[in-house]
Design a protein around this ligand. Structure first.
Ligand SMILES: [Mn+2]
Length: 283
């Protein structure tokens, strides 16, 4: 009982200066339209991490061999989405300026926009990979252009055509799918084409956004907008292992809403995939 009671993700205890990867949480669910609660995601993932191993038999690497700093959660105002996005952008920009790569724990999916703003300023040729059940390509939702359901349209606004690679998509308006045919690289229903995309993006700066609702709702019901017909955890794991070798400059893991899954298995899945992503990004 002689250490400060500060909970970090398992083994992410490097000093900031020595770390090459920084983990931080964004407990924001201010635009969630259906079932709120993702603000509890980061703390749930951290708490769960003490129930898993630091070693991954999937990639034969160990978190204890990596230099990862857990910077805690951003302090965010309520009711001011613009300001939240600015705070995320500023935090991500500071990390990139210090030569760090980052893993951001959501929170709802809109948080991706703040991070991509910073990444696109520093790496104008960045490509974005999105795993998600939903297109998230609405121009506005209930009159609001900043929403979890518009986030990838906003990302497209920043990047332009052919730089947004969407996988696992199985829900959206007809107009969103029409938009995607013209402007994004959309792969419906599964992650099967990801190997090919990963090969094409070798050497380029890449931002990876994982909306955990890409998982089938039988494997992951602890989320705001569960969507049947998704990928298995095993398929997601296989795709995450293919991040190896990509130049991932930043990433996020979003949309865990832990309280909707009383069994805790959604949080356990989110936590395990967080470990694997950290191991793929840390060098
Ligand atoms: Mn999403």
């Amino acid at each position: 009982m002689r250490d400060k009671n500060v909970q970090t993700f398992l083994a992410c205890d490097a000093e900031y200066g020595a770390a090459d990867v920084v983990l931080f949480g964004v407990p924001f669910d201010g635009t969630t339209s259906f079932r709120p609660g993702t603000r509890f995601g980061p703390s749930a993932i951290r708490g769960e991490s003490f129930g898993i191993e630091t070693y991954s038999p999937y990639c034969d690497r160990d978190l204890t061999d990596c230099r990862i700093f857990d910077g805690g959660d951003l302090e965010l105002p309520f009711g001011n989405t613009q300001r939240v996005l600015e705070l995320i952008r500023d935090s991500a920009a500071d990390l990139l300026a210090d030569g760090k790569r980052f893993v951001m724990l959501g929170g709802e999916h809109l948080i991706t926009l703040g991070a991509v703003r910073a990444v696109a300023e520093r790496f104008p040729d960045v490509h974005v990979i999105q795993f998600d059940a939903h297109t998230d390509l609405r121009k506005e939702y209930l009159g609001e252009p900043l929403s979890h359901s518009t986030v990838m349209r906003q990302v497209w606004n920043l990047l332009g055509d052919g730089r947004l690679h969407q996988f696992g998509i199985r829900s959206g308006e007809r107009t969103e799918f029409e938009f995607a045919r013209e402007h994004t690289c959309l792969h419906k229903f599964n992650l099967a084409d990801f190997t090919e995309t990963a090969a094409q993006l070798q050497g380029m700066p890449v931002y990876f956004s994982l909306d955990l609702d890409v998982l089938d709702s039988s494997a992951f019901c602890g989320t705001g907008t569960p969507e049947a017909g998704g990928v298995t955890f095993k398929e997601l794991m296989e795709a995450v292992l293919r991040l190896h070798g990509l130049n991932i400059v930043g990433c996020d893991i979003n949309e865990l809403s832990p309280h909707y899954d009383h069994s805790g298995s959604s949080t356990a899945a989110a936590c395990k995939i967080t470990r694997e992503i950290l191991l793929q990004i840390a060098r």
